[in-house]
Design a protein around this ligand. Structure first.
Ligand code: ATP
Ligand code: MG
Length: 327
């Protein structure tokens, strides 16, 4: 029996940080054994907010593919492709837009939130309102059975299901309704304790060098109640500690937990240990990235092959879609 399919994408608007790693990529990696995975660079989606500086999009595309492979996504098992290389996505987006009621888009919570949040860019555009329809096209094109997403994106998968249902009712059954595969990790906090994000300038990137990691970790805001080393700290609310839990060995972590609560260890010392764990974890990623950067021909081949595989499926789907709509 053919494996169930999943589809997920990332916007090429810069490099990968620890939020992306724990909020998406490590989950993608888990799934690659059990599913037929399609992971794509959502460059048309990047345009919704970055239409005024498209250079960053082109540049980020290969950077991100390299980061994906460096953290263990396997181009043999997964299909990596670039959205704008598969023009069928644009056609399906257009057709789905005809049957998507405007209120479905206007009530979308992410839309409302981002209109408020993205104050640096004017996103009061037709494309931005409609980007969940483009996402529906991305997902349905591959007849995905599941979509791995963070909680913030779950309403979009729901919308995709509604659009699929409406299409199937109007024209006959073409699309399965995909399940939401919620990413287990809670949000990763940045150095300032807000959600880690490029736009907040609080991110630690997989490409950061040792000095950069040291500098950022030293800046990290810890338990805000702990003013001096003499005050006992609370690891449960400390951002540095949450990274220890992921990257430092269990024995050391339980020691730090105890010594923080009893004010035996200070934040500077604690951060130094955490920075060391983080740098150790980044070493193999950096080595793998170095190999890939030295062989860009291979990277381009991987993307080409992925595009070919994706295109073949997209062509088939669009034939079925056109036949169903009789156009
Ligand atoms: P950024 O937020 O840094 O500007 P982006 O907006 O281009 O990046 P998103 O769409 O926010 O990228 O994130 C891509 C994926 O990574 C999503 O699945 C999202 O849930 C996840 N993600 C991003 N940041 C975090 C975080 N801080 N903690 C957990 N998951 C995250
Ligand atoms: Mg974001």
């Amino acid at each position: 029996m053919e494996k169930r399919r999943i589809v997920s994408g990332m916007r090429p608007t810069g490099r990968i940080h620890f939020g992306h790693l724990h909020g998406a990529l490590l989950n993608w990696k888990e799934l690659q054994d059990d599913y037929r995975c399609f992971y794509f660079i959502a460059d048309w989606h990047a345009l919704t907010s970055e239409y005024a500086r498209p250079d960053i999009i082109r540049q980020s595309t290969y950077d991100i593919i390299i980061d994906w492979i460096s953290v263990g996504l396997d181009p043999e098992r997964c299909t990596f492709f670039v959205q704008s290389e598969i023009k069928e996505h644009a056609e399906l987006h257009l057709l789905l837009s005809m049957i998507t009621p405007l209120p479905w888009l206007e009530r979308n919570p992410t839309y409302k939130e981002q209109l408020k949040e993205l104050t640096q860019r004017d996103v009061y555009t037709y494309g931005f309102l409609g980007y969940p329809v483009l996402q529906a096209a991305d997902i349905l094109m591959y007849k995905a059975n599941g979509v791995p997403v963070g909680e913030d994106q779950a309403p979009h998968v729901e919308l995709t299901r509604e659009i699929a249902r409406r299409f199937n009712n109007l024209y006959g059954k073409v699309f399965p309704e995909p399940d939401t595969l919620l990413t287990p990790t809670a949000k990763i906090l940045g150095t300032d304790r807000r959600k880690m994000s490029k736009s907040y300038n609080n991110a630690i990137f997989l490409t950061d060098g040792d000095e950069e990691v040291d500098r950022k970790v030293m800046q990290m805001i810890t338990d805000p109640q702990r003013k001096t080393k003499k005050d006992p700290g609370d690891p449960a609310i400390c951002n540095v500690f949450s990274f220890h839990e992921i990257y430092t060995d269990a024995h050391t972590v339980s020691g730090i937990d105890r010594q923080c609560r009893s004010a035996e260890i200070g934040c500077v010392e604690c951060k130094r240990i955490m920075a060391r764990s983080l740098k150790t974890a980044l070493e193999p990623v950096r080595a793998k990235r170095g190999e890939l950067e030295a062989d860009m021909k291979r990277v381009r081949e991987i993307v080409e092959q992925g595009n070919e595989r994706a295109r073949a499926i997209a062509r088939n789907t669009m034939e079925e879609v056109r036949a169903a709509i009789k156009i």
